[in-house]
Design a protein around this ligand. Structure first.
Ligand code: HEC
Ligand code: HEC
Length: 315
């Protein structure tokens, strides 16, 4: 009996020591920095690239980076379980913004999440691992332009304060940088409407990450392997209340998805926010007003090819 007690004490003691070491590791050891293996690129900025770059920046970056001065000068983004996080000043200011980044460093950050100082931006900064080389170049061309959205701003935001949870997720590799693609990514074939639609829904406008079951169960490198791919149910806090809103099921289930929607219903809902029953989509689903009809129709055609998911939770 005595022996047993001693063993239990030793095992418990060892477990407590291990937990203590892990906690101290998360709390005290600084987050690691990475080598920046930025490609050497120089983007061209003709009027077509700039216009496309602006369309992407407005639909993909502005919602997080827009500052009080009306340019993309950064703002408080999240003050919750992940800590206090600010988006950053990404205007052309050489000191306060991203004027010191090279084109290659921007491409490297947008694909992998590694900044030009080697630090890693966790999942709350967008990553574009599947975007075509051409589209990445267009975003960079826009970030370099003299558009008022990116005109040099001296706004500064505080450094992020990551919570214990965030630090643990980063240190144990749940949140980690993505690989930079070995070969340049080609644009989709515009004559293949389903492939073009997949590109819009997965690579470009990132519909799948909100519209699958759970942000923590996404497969970013192989999106189709995400749990509940396009079946909805991902919870979002409703601003100013304790309520939660679930993302919609975009598979063609008759009862819980968009199986009864026509192509015209779908195009109108994503471009204007008006659903077939005349109600409006709620935040965080904001209308994609700058999306072309061809893109919206292609997304519809693509979603129609997906395995149907019946999701009672989002009925
Ligand atoms: C969901 C919110 C969100 C979206 C969308 C987003 N970002 Fe960010 N971005 C952030 C946050 C938050 C940080 C800071 C991360 C940190 O401090 O860990 C950041 C950091 C950056 C940085 C690093 C700046 C520096 O000082 O090193 C750049 C550049 C950037 N974002 C560009 C973009 C571009 C371009 C887009 C659109 C393609 C975009 N972001 C979309 C939230 C976002
Ligand atoms: C930031 C997360 C987010 C992104 C990105 C997003 N959605 Fe949504 N979407 C939601 C949420 C949450 C709802 C449920 C709210 C509602 O219906 O009012 C929704 C609702 C919808 C609806 C209404 C469906 C129904 O049955 O009521 C459609 C259609 C839709 N989204 C399509 C898209 C498409 C297409 C994209 C990409 C171009 C997209 N969404 C990107 C979060 C998002």
């Amino acid at each position: 009996m005595k022996k047993l007690k001693r063993w239990v004490a030793i095992i418990l003691g060892s477990l407590l020591t291990i937990i203590l070491v892990l906690v101290l590791y998360v709390l005290l050891v600084p987050l690691k920095t990475y080598e920046v293996k930025a490609p050497v690129i120089k983007v061209s900025s003709d009027s077509i690239s700039l216009a496309e770059g602006k369309r992407m920046a407005v639909m993909l970056c502005q919602q997080c980076h827009l500052g009080k001065d009306g340019s993309m000068s950064g703002a408080l983004m999240e003050d919750g379980p992940f800590g206090t996080v600010y988006s950053r000043n990404i205007t052309n200011h050489p000191e306060f913004g991203i004027g010191s980044y090279t084109d290659g460093e921007l491409a490297y950050l947008l694909r992998t999440g590694i900044r030009n100082n080697g630090t890693y931006t966790p999942p709350w900064m967008a990553k574009l691992p599947h975007l075509s080389e051409e589209d990445i170049h267009d975003i960079i061309a826009f970030l370099r332009s003299d558009d008022p959205l990116v005109a040099p701003s001296t706004n500064t935001v505080p450094e992020p304060k990551y919570s214990f949870l965030s630090k643990a997720l980063i240190k144990f590799g749940v949140f980690h940088p993505l690989e930079y693609p070995g070969e340049p990514i080609s644009p989709p074939d515009t004559n293949d409407v389903v492939a073009f639609g997949r590109y819009q829904a997965v690579a470009k406008w990132d519909c799948y990450s909100c519209h699958s079951l759970d942000f923590t169960k996404l497969d970013v490198m192989e999106p189709e392997k995400s749990v509940g791919f396009f079946g909805g149910g991902n919870p979002f806090e409703v601003e100013g209340s304790d309520d939660v809103i679930l993302s919609a099921n975009l598979t063609f289930d008759q009862e819980t998805g968009i199986g009864s929607w026509s192509e015209a219903d779908f195009v109108r809902a994503i471009k204007t926010g008006i659903k077939p029953d005349k109600t409006m989509t709620q935040p965080p689903m904001t209308p994609f007003t700058m999306m072309t009809d061809a893109e919206a129709k292609a997304i519809y055609a693509y979603l129609k090819t997906l395995p149907v998911i019946h999701n009672e939770a989002v009925k």
